[in-house]
Design a protein around this ligand. Structure first.
Ligand SMILES: Nc1ncnc2c1ncn2[C@@H]1O[C@H](COP(=O)(O)OP(=O)(O)OP(=O)(O)O)[C@@H](O)[C@H]1O
Length: 413
């Protein structure tokens, strides 16, 4: 089948040889029942390969399901994949079919296979080799006919050496490997993707499509894109929404790229516009408002932390919110500070009008909730030697939420 037709059908942008080769392999292998292991960094677009393989196979009229092994807690993954019997564990009030049962005849895409617990790997190996599986809490062997396409952004061979991934399963899965190249290894695709996303977002947000000047284009092409296409798409969306000037210069672009201070990344246009004291659209004002509100939330959070650490500060006389001017918003003109004086690029720390407690220095460090959250996540993972389950427990969030946040903040483990 023609590769260009595949690209059109699945919305795949790019013409680099490495991408074309990966697509060629996917097309060739689709109509066999071979197990496929898709390899590539996070955000390179592995999932669409599994869809292509299913759609071009004889199973195309049967179910396809994508399961993210990294997002399912260890305690429930066996039951989700293979089902369980009533009463097999606390909370199993009914028996339930697993995906290998419901997808019988179709394809299962097991994303983040490297995160699969060892016990589940044993069950998976069995189903791959014999088509047999057993529901959790049952002793009855059942049969299924499911094709497995797996994906990982990890070095699975290294995981086998660490004892975290079964070697026999690795070789079983790796029957046909497909390597989806990182964006930095297919630089020629970057401008094409950016253009496509810019057009998509201009339609979505009903704004004129953004364009890059030559210098900006060079920066875009040479940026490392550790979050790959997902990151490029996010940046294109941010610029589409936030940039008032539709011809984006190198300086404009740099403000969006993560090497720059986080605050500037999020609100680049406001910073430049405010130098003129001139807000030109309602949306700009809204963004400014959100930004100020976010700072205030940070401040309130900090107050609580301070109170928790030092309960004596909680006495009414010390903390009456009405005594504190947290911030002023630009929209009403009723606040203490006129909008035009509020310059984000020179954003002053929020100073509580409280003469007993001076938060000045600490507040400067904690302007962004996102940065703080990211820092805590990295700390927790380090503390628990990369064990997501323990890190999530320590952070007081679910593994699923932790997983989402790792993606959101592009945290490599
Ligand atoms: N070639 C492409 N053309 C256009 N959009 C793409 C392309 N490849 C991926 N995308 C888009 O990039 C985003 C990331 O893709 P996807 O989720 O498939 O990556 P992934 O490699 O599976 O990531 P992860 O390993 O984190 O699961 C998606 O929004 C997807 O639609």
């Amino acid at each position: 089948m023609d590769i260009q037709a595949i690209k059109n059908r699945f919305g795949i942008i790019g013409s680099s040889p490495a991408l074309n080769y990966a697509l060629q392999v996917a097309v060739q292998v689709a109509n066999t029942d071979l197990t496929v292991l898709i390899n590539g960094e996070s955000g390179v677009g592995k999932e669409v390969f599994s869809q292509i393989i299913h759609a071009l196979s004889a199973r195309k009229h049967n179910p396809f399901i994508a399961v993210n092994c990294g997002a399912i807690p260890e305690g429930t993954i066996d039951s989700e994949l293979f089902g369980h019997e009533k009463g097999s564990f606390t909370g199993a009030v009914d028996s339930r079919k697993g995906y290998f049962e419901t997808v019988n005849g179709g394809t299962i895409f097991l994303d983040e296979i490297g995160e699969m617990p060892l016990g589940t790997q044993a069950r998976l190996l069995r189903v791959l080799e014999t088509g047999e599986y057993i529901r959790v809490g049952s002793s009855k062997v059942q049969k299924t006919d499911v094709r497995v396409v797996a994906a990982t952004n990890r070095d699975l061979l290294e995981r086998t050496q660490q004892g975290k991934f079964r070697e026999d399963l690795y070789y079983r899965l790796n029957t046909v490997p497909i390597r989806v190249p990182a964006l930095r290894d297919r630089k020629e695709d970057i401008p094409l993707l950016f253009r496509k996303f810019s057009v998509d977002f201009s339609e979505k947000y009903k704004t004129p499509s953004i364009q890059l000047d030559e210098e900006a284009r060079n920066i875009l092409v040479n940026y490392p894109w550790r979050g790959n296409i997902r990151e490029l798409k996010n940046i294109a969306e941010q610029i589409s929404v936030l940039s008032s000037d539709k011809l984006v210069t190198a300086n404009d672009l740099k403000r969006f790229l993560p090497e720059q201070p986080a605050e500037m990344n999020r609100l680049p246009m406001l910073a430049s516009q405010q130098q003129n004291g001139d807000f030109t659209s309602e949306r700009d004002i809204l963004y400014k408002l959100f930004f100020d509100m976010k700072k205030d939330v940070t401040e309130v959070k900090k107050m609580f932390f301070d109170i928790l650490q030092n309960p004596s500060m909680a006495h009414a006389a010390d903390y009456h919110p009405e005594n504190h001017v947290l911030h002023s918003y630009p929209n009403t003109g009723e606040m203490n500070t006129p909008a035009t004086n509020t310059n984000i690029s020179n954003a002053q720390p929020i100073i509580l009008q409280d003469n007993k407690i001076d938060h000045h220095e600490e507040v400067e460090e904690t302007l962004s909730i996102a940065d703080k959250e990211k820092e805590l996540i990295v700390k927790a993972l380090k503390k628990h030697k990369g064990k997501r389950k323990d890190a999530a427990l320590d952070l007081g969030i679910s593994e699923r939420t932790l997983y989402r946040k790792l993606k959101e903040y592009n945290i490599a483990e």
